[in-house]
Design a protein around this ligand. Structure first.
Ligand code: NAG
Ligand code: NAG
Ligand code: NAG
Ligand code: NAG
Ligand code: NAG
Ligand code: NAG
Ligand code: NAG
Ligand code: NAG
Ligand code: NAG
Ligand code: NAG
Ligand code: NAG
Length: 313
């Protein structure tokens, strides 16, 4: 009987000789993204250092957050978390500030692709609309990640549409462009390997977890509150108050986004960083980027509105 064991144990080794899963990031040196020389990059494993899936450009990361005053789905029980901003997503940008999107249509789960082509131009590949509904909730239940599901249900909130719509939009539009979440469609690397049952599902859970890890490093509400800046419908603030407070707290100037016809309603923040090794590890170094510049009104007050009655948990 015992003599069969070595033979059986050899089978996976033989199989892996044909198609290797050599992506042991733990055994490789780690570099900050956008800080590698081109010659290092050429020899590097893209599962372990982020590059854009469809090009060799390395990546900068933006953790983006929303300040919204309502969800539009309060009647269905969707409310905003008290004393917290909400998650928009984690984005890969090229080091020069440009970015790609929908890099792997084999993982297209976005019910409302925006833009509706891979390039945003009419001549780009059309992103097919996903009609299969929520795949995140059943997946997280299947793998029994109820804590992760509870976290995103609370903090990753959409407006006017169901939350899964935003989760799947962020995954298909952005996560598919990070090489470290790649699953090997179109002849690229499969960073998950034969160790996992379904690499697409593993990359989805992995991305959601990376988003959460990243989000927790930017407690915007608390940072602003500590500087005496709290939501109010009677007191407004200057853009510079947000910029200087958040630069001090986070280490670099984030992009501050405003909405409304006169751009006076604070609505969004994008924190830019370089990451050490895989963004999954969430070891981020803040960076000041020259673009984009805040779109907020610089000559008039900015409103950091309180949530609508009944819109907050
Ligand atoms: C995978 O790693 C093994 C052990 O270092 C090596 O012998 C093999 O050539 C590698 N395969 C590929 C495709 O890199
Ligand atoms: C690295 O390669 C990119 C793209 O190929 C090029 O634009 C850039 O100038 C190179 N950087 C250096 C330092 O050679
Ligand atoms: C993309 O959206 C624009 C604006 O709604 C529309 O005019 C265009 O036909 C759409 N293109 C595709 C390919 O669906
Ligand atoms: C797509 O359109 C853009 C702008 O209209 C143009 O610059 C580009 O060359 C076009 N690409 C292809 C592949 O036709
Ligand atoms: C992997 O998971 C995705 C998403 O749930 C699913 O669409 C796909 O069919 C699965 N692939 C296999 C081979 O089971
Ligand atoms: C806001 O900015 C204006 C113009 O720069 C300045 O006069 C004013 O004192 C600032 N207000 C606060 C509260 O910092
Ligand atoms: C970004 O710029 C601000 C002020 O302009 C400075 O205080 C901060 O140290 C800079 N951060 C980095 C990472 O260079
Ligand atoms: C800034 O706000 C003022 C006052 O509401 C408005 O007149 C001006 O057009 C706004 N500027 C921009 C760029 O929207
Ligand atoms: C504060 O103002 C915003 C923007 O007009 C509004 O959405 C919100 O309902 C207001 N909050 C309260 C408590 O009235
Ligand atoms: C929200 O509730 C506060 C306090 O109960 C009240 O003063 C305010 O008028 C309400 N706002 C709206 C828009 O109903
Ligand atoms: C650009 C792109 O994503 N092309 C193909 C990659 O592979 C998947 C599945 O194998 C296809 O559906 C995509 O069209």
């Amino acid at each position: 009987m015992l003599s069969f064991i070595p033979l059986i144990a050899l089978l996976p080794l033989l199989a892996s000789a044909w198609k290797s899963d050599n992506h042991t990031c733990a055994a490789l040196p780690r570099y900050y993204s956008c800080e590698l020389s081109n010659s290092t990059l050429k020899t590097y494993d893209t599962c372990c250092t982020p590059t854009e899936v469809l090009s060799s450009s390395t990546m900068i990361f933006a953790d983006s957050q929303f300040w919204q005053t309502y969800t539009g789905l309060e009647k269905q029980g969707s409310v905003l978390p008290k004393e917290s901003w909400t998650i928009h997503g984690l984005w890969p940008d090229r080091c020069d500030g440009t970015y790609g999107q929908y890099c792997d249509l084999g993982r297209q789960y976005d019910p409302r692709p925006s833009p509706n082509t891979t390039t945003g131009l009419p001549n780009g590949t059309i992103v097919p609309v996903w009609k299969g509904g929520d795949i995140v909730t059943p997946l997280l239940k299947k793998v029994a990640r109820y804590d992760l599901l509870a976290f995103i249900n609370k903090y990753w909130k959409n407006r006017d549409y169901e939350d899964y719509d935003l989760w799947q939009h962020e995954f298909s539009k952005h996560a598919t462009c990070f090489s470290t979440f790649d699953v090997g469609n179109n002849g690229t690397n499969n960073c998950y390997g034969s160790e996992v049952v379904n690499a697409t599902e593993s990359s989805l859970v992995d991305y959601i977890e990376a988003v959460v890890a990243s989000e927790l490093q930017y407690p915007t509400y608390t940072w602003l509150k500590n500087a005496g800046i709290t939501p109010s419908n009677t007191t407004s603030y200057n853009l510079t108050a947000f910029e200087s407070t958040l630069t001090k707290a986070s280490g670099a100037l984030p992009y501050v986004g405003c909405s409304g016809p006169t751009r006076q309603t604070l609505s969004e923040l994008w924190y830019y960083t370089h990451t050490l090794g895989r963004p999954q590890e969430a070891i981020f170094k803040p960076v000041n980027v020259s673009t984009p510049k805040s779109n907020c009104n610089t000559t008039a007050p900015i409103w950091y509105y309180t949530r609508s009655n009944g819109s907050e948990a």
